[in-house]
Design a protein around this ligand. Structure first.
Ligand SMILES: NC(=O)c1ccc[n+]([C@@H]2O[C@H](COP(=O)([O-])OP(=O)(O)OC[C@H]3O[C@@H](n4cnc5c(N)ncnc54)[C@H](O)[C@@H]3O)[C@@H](O)[C@H]2O)c1
Length: 338
């Protein structure tokens, strides 16, 4: 296990444990005062591993978990178990579980200890990093939430063994996003590989995951509360979140379509010239690049986007692969460009 600590402006220190095994877990948090929270799918796969630990299993798995109703249910279970501020709540699961548990841990008794054990590729490279958490409000993505760093994040890549292929594809959407906004070398590396080749080469996969975590940490450590450069991580997400809510497709797939559309918009209106390269990489990783979308419904969704300021929105464009920038645009223009 490789342990590294990272400091945030909120004076929190987060311990990242790479190349770890779930058994290392006991070295980080005591068996006695820890409650693991997971979803029904992950529990079905890893029931045996969890037998020693106090565990809460939530359902239904997936995006429907991120609701106020489940927050209330989890809080009630914490009350029943007499959890207090010193109890460590651990999210074991994909991004939906880390988002929900991170949020509950930040509000229960005004904040308790929390750790993440991400079990999907997407959660490993993105959702478990940077401290943003939250739930959806009437399906509007992450409208309720806080920024609250976990105390630790533990990476056991063995969890990826049981991951369905669709979830591997979703994870690569956020990896491609990172490459597009900040890392042309990672973009090149991805161009030379496929999902299957990363699945075969465990060392290469572990390095890719770790590099994505470090990339996101570099951005979020400098701008924890999203006042500036953290916005860059939203590339593809304004349209992506709208598509995810309206067309009920997975987060990764929606973000992929969002990135493809954002590149086309940037090509037409702000002089970006590498749309073909981005689209071809998305396709190489089996991601969708288009969808017959409901323009009016997407337009309505922009009104609930957290990057909206009155009638404008903070939008992310690529200047070139590996370099992105933030531009304030009018929502009316964005709707016109769709
Ligand atoms: N907080 C952030 O910074 C941030 C960043 C990116 C995405 N997100 C959020 O993450 C969520 C998407 O996360 P996700 O793609 O991990 O989805 P998810 O949590 O729904 O997991 C996908 C599916 O895989 C199952 N699963 C999880 N781990 C498994 C394993 N090891 N083996 C077999 N099945 C497993 C889950 O039960 C679920 O059915 C979205 O809600 C998105 O908004 C948050």
């Amino acid at each position: 296990m490789i342990q590294k600590t990272f400091k945030f402006s909120s004076f929190t220190t987060v311990q990242y444990c790479f190349d770890a095994a779930f058994n290392d877990f006991k070295k980080i948090t005591p068996l006695k005062n820890t409650i693991i929270v997971t979803d029904e799918n992950v529990y079905a796969f890893y029931k045996k591993k969890l037998s020693q630990w106090e565990t809460i299993v939530l359902k239904p798995a997936g995006e429907k978990l991120k609701t106020q109703h489940i927050v209330d249910e989890l809080i009630q279970q914490l009350v029943n178990k007499k959890a207090d501020k010193t109890t460590c709540l651990v999210a074991l699961g994909g991004g939906t579980v880390t988002d929900l548990v991170g949020y509950v841990a930040s509000i229960y008794m005004r904040g308790m200890r929390v750790g993440f054990v991400p079990t999907t590729l997407l959660a490993m490279v993105d959702a478990a990093v940077g401290g943003k958490n939250g739930i959806n409000l009437d399906g509007y993505k992450n409208s309720i939430g806080t920024t609250h760093q976990p105390n630790f994040v533990l990476y056991d890549y063995h969890f990826l063994k049981a991951l369905p292929h669709s979830a591997w594809i979703d994870g690569f959407a956020e990896i491609i996003k990172h490459a597009c906004i900040k890392d042309a070398t990672m973009f090149q590396l991805l161009s030379k590989h496929t999902i299957a080749s990363f699945q075969k080469d465990k060392k290469k996969l572990a390095t890719l995951i770790q590099n994505n975590v470090l990339l996101k940490l570099r951005i979020t450590q400098k701008d924890e509360l999203e006042k500036n450069n953290r916005y860059l991580l939203n590339f593809g997400h304004t349209i992506g979140h709208a598509i995810e809510r309206v067309h009920k497709i997975s987060h990764g797939q929606a973000v992929a379509v969002g990135m493809a559309i954002d590149c086309q918009i940037a090509e037409k209106y702000v002089g970006f010239t590498q749309t073909e390269k981005v689209i071809s990489l998305l396709q190489q990783y089996e991601l969708p690049i288009e969808l017959k979308y409901d323009k009016k419904a997407l337009a309505n969704n922009f009104q609930m986007d957290k990057k909206k300021i009155q009638n404008t929105i903070q939008y992310i464009f690529l200047e070139k692969i590996g370099k992105a920038y933030i531009k304030t645009i009018r929502i009316a223009d964005l709707i016109k460009w769709l």
